[in-house]
Design a protein around this ligand. Structure first.
Ligand code: SAM
Length: 242
């Protein structure tokens, strides 16, 4: 997977991409990331990348030319990679969208700044628009880091254990069950007996039920779309009755 990130602040990515899973994925050749400074593609001596909005109002808008020139120079005239504009107005990033994105060999991410980007970038350059939540960030850089992170950990070979992501929260439409590790008792706080039992079938059943319970308590909206078995539905009915 190759990520092309278009930003006015490439140095923001240094720490995030040089640690832990993303660093290891890059070192293993599973991921490559190219940071492109939009300012380098701005025409004119002063390399201006923003201007005041037509129609008035506060703040500055990112000009279209530097962004078009940057993306076209890097991806070529007929790119087949998704060109994603990070925007609070985009479709909300979910685990399902992350999985879709992980199937592409290359993804381009455009980070906005200031009051946003000229609308023509969205209309005539971007092929998709993603938001990481219903709030407004100061820029698209943190959102781009989020996209790189969620997509990278889904790529085959990135996480040690194959299938490690399948039980993550949201992967199967539910929140994950509670997790514990050693010691079995800490300050009198204990680990559920079943997890120490060695009974694999019982552990699987307990985890499924706790996953359902947690989703029912915290995100009941997810249950409407989650694939549920008859046993799951019966368990949820019992929860409703208690
Ligand atoms: N005025 C814009 C609006 O109301 O839609 C918001 C501009 S915001 C201050 C600057 C940039 O941050 C945006 O162009 C976008 O790239 C990024 N951004 C802000 N919130 C975001 C979010 N929730 N998800 C993804 N990107 C976001």
């Amino acid at each position: 997977m190759h990520f092309d990130i278009f930003t006015l602040f490439p140095a923001m990515f240094d720490g995030v991409f040089s640690e832990s899973i993303i660093k290891r994925a890059v070192e293993a050749g599973l991921v490559s990331i190219a940071l492109h400074n939009i300012r380098d593609y701005a025409p004119g001596k002063h390399r201006v990348t923003d201007d005041t909005p037509y129609g008035g109002g506060g703040g500055m808008i990112m000009k279209p030319e530097p962004i078009f020139y940057a993306v076209e120079a890097v991806l070529g005239p007929q790119p087949d990679a998704p060109i994603i504009l990070l925007s609070p107005q985009g479709r909300l990033l979910t685990q399902r969208i992350a999985r879709e994105l992980s199937k592409h060999p290359r993804i381009a991410l455009i980070c906005g700044r200031y009051e946003g980007v000229d609308e023509r970038v969205r209309q005539y350059l971007a092929t998709d628009e993603l938001s990481i939540g219903d709030y407004v960030l100061s820029g698209g850089e943190i959102a781009a880091m989020v996209v790189v992170d969620v997509v990278t950990r889904l790529l085959p070979g990135v996480l040690g254990e194959p299938g490690a992501t399948f039980e993550d929260s949201h992967a199967m439409g539910l929140l994950e069950y509670p997790q514990y590790t050693r010691p079995p008792e800490f300050r009198g706080y204990t680990v559920p007996e079943v997890l120490l039992s060695g009974n694999h079938a019982e552990i699987v059943r307990w985890r499924r039920q706790e996953s359902l319970r947690r989703t029912w308590q915290r995100r009941p909206d997810l249950l409407e779309k989650a694939p549920l078995s008859e046993a799951d539905r019966a368990f949820l009915r019992r929860l409703e009755e208690t």
